[in-house]
Design a protein around this ligand. Structure first.
Ligand code: XMP
Length: 171
């Protein structure tokens, strides 16, 4: 399927490096763990941490949402096997995209319950006009229109993650 470039590679790199510098400034001297939500935020994680020039750890979390056949609400299932140890850590939760906000809000609660000292959030992208759960990301790369996007880690049916830019999937 054709993909229209929405955010070019150079803009992504520049903005992610800028966020990394902000994170480094805000977390200097703190026990920071950056926890990335699999799989979509892997590329953002790899670029971000190389710009966070203070000591920190990384962790990964996997969450999938399942929608019941007879309901519009969905349940988020968090894979406990991967869960990083965040006790007494200042956690920065990184996700690829803030859509309805359900995933990020549920993971913030989950990490707090697991003993994190603080939990803040960073998203590469934030879709306009889709949010149903009130959560304000502490760091946000780009605000984008309500379209399905792929590339730079984001997928459609597990394809397109390797694209170096963020694009809108046509059709
Ligand atoms: P919520 O609604 O919980 O969803 O904020 C966040 C998760 O939904 C996925 N998502 C997308 N994935 N292109 C994608 O590749 C999109 O346009 C898109 N919109 C939402 C994504 O997994 C994200 O973590």
């Amino acid at each position: 399927m054709p993909v229209d470039v929405l955010i070019p590679e150079t803009d992504l790199h520049d903005r992610v490096r800028e966020l990394g510098r902000e994170v480094a400034r805000d977390y200097a001297g703190k026990p920071l763990t950056i926890v990335a939500v699999l799989t979509g935020s892997l590329i953002a994680l790899a670029d971000l941490i190389r710009a966070v020039d203070v000591p920190h750890r990384i962790g990964l979390v996997h969450a999938s949402s399942y929608r019941g056949a007879s309901t519009t609400s969905s349940t988020l299932v968090i894979n406990e096997a991967l869960a990083p140890d965040v006790a007494d850590r200042d956690v920065l939760l990184l996700d690829d995209i803030l859509d309805t906000g359900q995933t990020l809000a549920a993971l913030v609660d989950h990490l707090a319950v697991r003993g994190a000292r603080s939990v803040k959030t960073a998203v590469l992208l934030r879709k306009i006009g889709r949010q149903t759960t009130p959560i304000e990301p502490d760091y946000c790369g780009f605000t984008i229109p309500d379209a399905f996007v792929v590339g730079y880690g984001l997928d459609y049916d597990d394809d397109y993650r390797h694209l170096p830019f963020v694009g809108i999937l046509k059709d």
